[in-house]
Design a protein around this ligand. Structure first.
Ligand code: G3H
Ligand code: ZN
Length: 286
């Protein structure tokens, strides 16, 4: 069923695993992720950025596509449709109106007071409708769709500020930027685990790790042990599917039927997602 993230993340935090947020880019991504979740008996969060929603035909279309596939597959595991890096109150309201069960309001580029004010406004609307909310503090480096933060501007969240934001807004989960990056890492990631622990102790709510692509398993496990209950992955699925398309077309240079290369791309995404669910410990937790 389509649900908010609240229950799945509270359970994950308690039982020490993380639920994956896998971003949708098109039909094949959606099919692959829903199939992986059902096969693994894992809860799942479908992340939709504003750019990806625009590409696919809008928030409403995405909700209808997800609902239709869940019906077709007879999905039994909990599924959340979540706006990823919502850029404004209006974008969040639009997603909620279209049937999203969860939203992220990313006010991380605003001064703290403005971020709190904006996040609070989104929480007020969302919670009336049973929709969960994620907020962010500090700045996650790298690039994802419309969002681009260069290395110099990336910054670590300050635990006291995180505590204030969480307390004053009532968000359901929280993403402190602690050195993770959107897109591939240049070298090993350097995550701020000490601060993560402080943020966990101060806020007590499920934490979110963005930029899940390319984080070593030992860091994933450490993050989970420090209260991380949601890990976002997009680039890794994009890389694995693009690689598969390149292989198929290199093998079959005369091929032009999209099903012949997008089908294998879909298989690659499904394999990647299954691997992540096992790594995050969410398999058999639905
Ligand atoms: O919000 C989405 C994620 O943080 C994705 O990060 O593309 O590096 O896996 P990634
Ligand atoms: Zn992100």
């Amino acid at each position: 069923p389509l649900v908010s993230m609240t229950e799945m993340l509270n359970k994950a935090k308690e039982e020490k695993y993380a639920v994956g947020q896998f971003n949708l880019n098109n039909l094949e991504f959606t099919q692959a992720i829903l199939q992986a979740a059902e096969e693994e008996k894992s809860p799942v969060i479908l992340g939709v950025s504003e750019g990806a929603a625009r590409y696919m035909g809008g928030f409403k279309l995405v909700v209808k596509m997800v609902e239709a596939l869940m019906e077709e597959y007879g999905t039994t595991v909990p599924v959340a449709i979540h706006l990823d890096h919502g850029s404004s109150f209006e974008a969040c309201a639009k997603a909620i109106d279209a049937g999203f069960t969860s939203v992220m309001i990313d006010g991380s580029h605003y001064p703290l007071d403005e971020n709190i004010e904006l996040t609070k406004k989104v929480v007020e609307l969302a919670h009336i409708l049973g929709v969960s909310v994620e907020a962010e503090l500090g700045r996650i480096g790298g690039q994802e769709d419309d969002l681009s933060v260069d290395e110099a501007d990336a910054s670590y969240a300050i635990p006291e500020e995180c505590d204030r934001l969480v307390r004053e807004t009532g968000v359901d989960c929280f993403a402190p930027a602690l050195g993770s990056v959107h897109g591939p890492y240049k070298g090993e990631p350097n995550l701020g685990f000490d601060r993560m622990e402080e943020v966990m102790n101060l806020t007590g709510i499920p934490l979110v790790l963005h930029g899940g692509t390319g984080i070593p398993t030992k860091d994933i496990q450490r993050a989970i042990s420090l209260g991380t209950a949601k890990i976002n992955v997009n680039t890794e699925n994009q890389i694995s599917s693009a690689k598969r398309v390149r292989e198929v077309l290199a093998d079959l240079p005369e091929e032009y039927d999209p099903r012949k290369y997008l089908g294998p791309a879909r298989d690659a995404i499904k394999e990647t997602v299954i691997g992540k669910m096992r790594e995050f410990g969410s398999s058999n937790k639905a």
